[in-house]
Design a protein around this ligand. Structure first.
Ligand SMILES: C[S@@+](CC[C@H](N)C(=O)[O-])C[C@H]1O[C@@H](n2cnc3c(N)ncnc32)[C@H](O)[C@@H]1O
Length: 300
């Protein structure tokens, strides 16, 4: 009896990876579980909701509350408030030392969206970026938030364009740039998709495109961003921006799996080498906390 052929796979290469940030001193995931995470940012320990953490906590809840300075209490799908458990500053500063030597500085504050101004797992991307680009390279960061990736690229001397829809977020990134002893990032308060499509029409290309599209968002002129409806258009558009030998990092916290990212990108960049996986944090009590999906693709 002849064996049935194996089904063809659409995977272009690689395995499922887990990436962890390697150089944190000022951040630590102390524990996770019970739908929450306990983490230290500098001297400040915070409790925040974490939908991925559906396992049991490693530490007792009383211990969490003993060490935490504040806890975020959600009041809706995306909003809530912070309950102080000790005295907390309005803002404070932490740093991430890149493997290449430069330290990135971040000003943090407790926002009403549960975030504090950086996604610590992104350290794994910052080191990859800093090892990949350098003076004379062109980097585009779309949906760039407070700009860790922009700072990591700029620290190498690369020319960096930072695009985000919210002016206050761009002002925050400018502060992080100055705290990090850097200058010269090009700021664009714009709709990311519109910006990318205009760059394609102008014939501009980049050595690295970074993107972290949220599940929904608004451009500064009310342009509606909806991930499921527009992600393929964004990917097809930005693929044309990547120079030969260039790369893309796409990250998402919006529930798209690594395989979904790979399917989308292997259509847009059929010859690229692609790695997909999860960005993770390791907790002090031994759990791996997956935070989002990540794809890195490099054009030949
Ligand atoms: C998940 S955050 C990105 C986090 C980033 N990867 C980091 O590590 O700091 C998504 C960002 O997209 C921005 N955004 C939302 N809709 C946008 C749009 N239509 N155009 C540009 N930026 C947008 C938000 O202001 C927010 O800063």
């Amino acid at each position: 009896m002849s064996e049935a052929p194996l089904p063809k796979t659409t995977r272009s290469s690689g395995e499922l990876h887990r990436w962890f940030p390697e150089n944190w001193v000022d951040h630590e995931l102390l524990d996770s579980g019970g739908g929450a995470r306990l983490e230290r940012f500098g001297d400040i320990v915070l409790i925040r909701p974490e939908p991925h953490a559906i396992w049991q906590r490693g530490m007792r809840e009383a211990e969490w509350r003993r060490v935490a300075a504040a806890e975020f209490v959600p009041t809706g799908r995306t909003k809530g408030h912070w309950t102080p458990l000790q005295s907390v500053p309005d803002n404070w500063e932490i740093r991430y030392p890149l493997a290449t030597g430069h330290a990135l500085h971040f000003s943090l504050e407790m926002t009403r969206f549960k975030h504090v101004g950086l996604f610590p797992e992104q350290g794994a991307n910052w080191d990859w970026i800093a090892g990949r680009v350098g003076a004379g390279k062109r980097v585009l960061n779309l949906f760039a938030y407070t700009g860790g990736a922009s700072l990591a690229a700029r620290a190498t001397g690369a020319e960096v364009t930072h695009v985000d829809a919210i002016k206050q977020v761009v002002t925050w990134t400018r502060m992080n740039m100055e705290l990090s002893g850097l200058e010269g990032i090009r700021w664009c308060v714009e709709d990311a998709l519109k910006f990318a499509e205009r760059e394609v029409r102008r014939g501009n290309t980049y050595d690295l495109v970074i993107m972290d599209p949220p599940s929904w968002g608004l451009g500064p002129k009310g342009e509606k961003w909806k991930l499921e409806e527009q992600v393929q258009r964004l990917i097809d558009g930005t693929a044309a921006l990547i120079a030969p030998g260039g790369a893309v990092i796409m990250n998402t916290y919006s529930g798209l799996s690594p395989s979904t990212l790979e399917n989308l990108w292997s259509r847009a960049l059929p010859d690229a080498g692609i790695e997909t996986g999860e960005l993770c944090l390791m907790s002090g009590t031994g759990q791996v906390l997956p935070t989002g999906s990540l794809l890195r693709a490099v054009r030949p």
